[in-house]
Design a binder for this molecule. Structure first.
Ligand code: FA5
Length: 617
């Protein structure tokens, strides 16, 4: 039992020292510290200990306080709670033996508690960064990093952003980037970030946190060293209420990079959540939406999850589990005895009036939907969809497009070459077809179409393309659509007219296009076609002042265009003296991402094969 000793000295705290030195601000991993007692006073049942320096985190900023012990030569204090009072840290303790001012003491924090709190706190910052990407206009109001952790914002969030926030959070976790903290002045903070809350003290150094290369944010809590240490983050709920929204999150129990002894289970389910899941299984069983086997398996899985519920709620949830189990068992045995009865009394026991089990319905991938829409728009102005090889000879991908072997312009296409054991055939007498490539663009279809020998040509070639590229606006496999019009007297005016027609049909009248002079070997003159960005409305900046993540200064490049080079016409057997043509090649994915209402800012999402994302379209 704690032996409580009478107060040793009674002086107001501020007569002892101006402030406690906050070691946890500069080292979140320090578990022990030798320091001295400044004062010790009894308040109610607890002793309030002030030290010259502390590693104990005082509750604040949504992070719970540390616990642990403070041991001196004559006694030991058990730290139950820690709080700030002005510039002093007050350790609220029970006491065994005696501690006196000026005693040298050893402070030890309960590392399991600290490490879990710290991971949950850092995870909150990671979630906030993900929310900033998905909804840059929201203003954060508070973070709560206990069980049932959340970040709160003024504003609202559509429920279906839950998946994207989780995905962006875990992308940061996977990148395992450093979390760095530093002390700066208010002036420095305002220079480095567009968001510096009003309430921060102006006359003191401020601590800021930077995750990887993202914008710094003011923070006074303890932080893990790298994002990977938080482990996988789950966004459990998005709760909109009045003028604010809460994004609830949990973290995995075992964190990557944490010493085994240091990990402590983080609760990942609330009693209400688990009860809801159990009731769903019960309802699905009774309504026959799931088979008896599925129902038994689901129940067994949910029973295992009781350990994820906070310990104090487990007993109550256990009662619900038992009740649901009994009701499921009686529903199953009723339906099987019903079946047995019908089997024995009726030759045809099968109940044809029961609703059938509907298999889940899928839909076409959004890129396929975009290809269909693009083909239809061009069909209305006489362009016929054609198919040309996606694995083709170097000759069609480069040589016949006015890019002879070793021409430096080829580098831009970052091409995959295929090993081809056979001897390449010859396209035209004396011209080798070269190596075999995964087509880096659909322009290989230009000369192939001309070789068909039919004029005029109005083709739209849509196919897969491959390049050694991957980032927010590039994937190694993507699609292009290539338009080619060859006839007598084709001019740039025709090209501009066709591009404008497509842009208005596909994007709507409010989106703008522009042609920028450019260079392609196979067109002269050449242009890049841009469309105003749908994420930042063509301004290049998000509402909070951050630069738009997707575009460059409000414009997104969709593809190239130009008048077909005379050499290319010649390669295709078309006489440049009698005929001219225009061609254009745009990315299908990028074109789709710029469509009104599609707030997609990472092209890789399209190929992440995640049904939860895909079924939103
Ligand atoms: C070309 O590929 C030219 N063949 C286009 C062309 C055709 C010009 C006819 C003139 C006449 P470029 O490399 O810029 O150009 O690519 C065209 C578009 O394809 C890009 O603007 C982009 O929308 C898309 N694209 C290119 N690489 C990728 C990639 N890795 N991932 C997704 N989309 C891509």
């Amino acid at each position: 039992m704690d032996q409580q000793i009478e107060m040793v000295e009674m002086k107001p705290y501020n007569e002892y020292i101006a402030m406690t030195e906050l070691i946890y601000l500069t080292d979140s991993y320090q578990k022990e510290l030798t320091t001295t007692v400044v004062s010790i006073e009894k308040h109610g049942n607890l002793w309030e200990v002030v030290l010259t320096a502390t590693i104990f985190y005082p509750e604040g900023g949504g992070q719970p306080s540390d616990r642990g012990t403070i041991t001196g030569k004559n006694g030991k204090a058990h730290v139950k709670h820690v709080r700030m009072k002005g510039d002093l840290v007050i350790h609220e303790c029970t006491l065994e033996g005696k501690l006196s001012p000026d005693d040298e003491v050893r402070g030890t924090i309960d590392w399991q508690v600290r490490y879990t709190n710290m991971r949950l706190h850092s995870a909150g910052h990671i979630v906030h960064e993900a929310v900033r990407l998905v909804a840059p206009n929201l203003t954060p109001t508070k973070g709560y990093h206990h069980d049932d952790a959340y970040i709160e914002y003024i504003g609202s969030l559509p429920i279906d952003t839950q998946y994207r926030i989780e995905k962006e959070s875990n992308a940061l976790v996977e990148q395992n980037v450093p979390l760095t903290t530093e002390l700066v002045s208010m002036e420095e903070l305002q220079k480095r970030t567009p968001w510096a809350p009003e309430h921060l003290p102006k006359h003191k150094p401020l601590r800021i946190l930077t995750i990887g290369t993202l914008l710094p944010i003011p923070d006074g809590g303890t932080q893990v060293r790298t994002t990977g240490e938080t482990g996988e983050i789950h966004i459990t709920k998005i709760e909109n209420a009045d003028d604010h929204v809460r994004v609830y999150y949990t973290i995995e129990q075992a964190a990557q990079g944490a010493p085994a002894a240091d990990t402590s289970p983080a609760q990942t389910l609330t009693a209400a959540q688990l009860t809801g899941m159990l009731l769903d299984v019960q309802n699905d069983t009774i309504s026959h939406a799931i088979t008896p086997l599925e129902s038994k398996n689901a129940l067994a899985e949910l029973t295992k999850k009781i350990r994820l519920v906070p310990p104090q709620d487990r007993q109550a949830v256990g009662i619900v589990v038992t009740e649901v189990k009994q009701s499921i068992e009686s529903a199953l045995s009723a339906s099987s005895s019903d079946l047995d009865a019908r089997r024995s009394t009726n030759d045809s026991w099968f109940d044809v009036t029961m609703p059938g089990i509907r298999p889940p319905e899928g839909h076409l991938h959004i890129v396929t939907q975009a290809i269909t829409e693009i083909s239809k728009i061009f069909a209305t102005i006489g362009f016929t969809r054609v198919r040309h090889p996606e694995v083709d000879w170097d000759y069609y991908a480069f040589e016949a497009l006015n890019m002879p072997a070793s021409h430096p312009a080829r580098d831009e296409w970052e091409t995959f070459f295929i090993e081809y054991p056979g001897k390449p055939a010859r396209a035209t007498p004396g011209v080798a077809r070269g190596k075999m490539v995964l087509t880096p663009h659909t322009s290989n279809g230009q000369v192939r179409e001309m070789e068909k020998g039919k004029l005029p040509i109005r083709m739209i070639n849509i196919a897969k393309c491959y390049r050694r590229q991957i980032d927010v606006s590039h994937t190694p496999m993507f699609h292009q659509f290539e338009g080619l019009y060859v006839d007598t007297d084709v001019s740039i005016a025709h090209l501009k007219g066709v591009l404008d027609y497509f842009a208005q049909q596909f994007f709507g009248p409010e989106r703008k296009t522009r042609l920028r002079p450019f260079h392609f070997q196979f067109t002269e003159p050449s242009f890049e076609v841009d469309i105003s960005c749908g994420i930042c409305n063509g301004t290049g900046k998000l509402a909070n002042g951050d630069p738009c993540r997707l575009c460059k200064a409000g414009w997104l490049e969709l593809g190239g265009a130009g008048m077909v080079h005379p050499n290319v016409l010649r390669y295709g057997g078309v006489n440049p003296d009698t005929h001219s043509g225009f061609a254009f090649g745009w990315g299908v994915e990028r074109t789709y991402m710029m469509k009104s209402g599609t707030q997609l800012d990472d092209i890789r999402l399209l190929y992440s094969n995640d049904v939860r994302f895909l079924e939103q379209f």
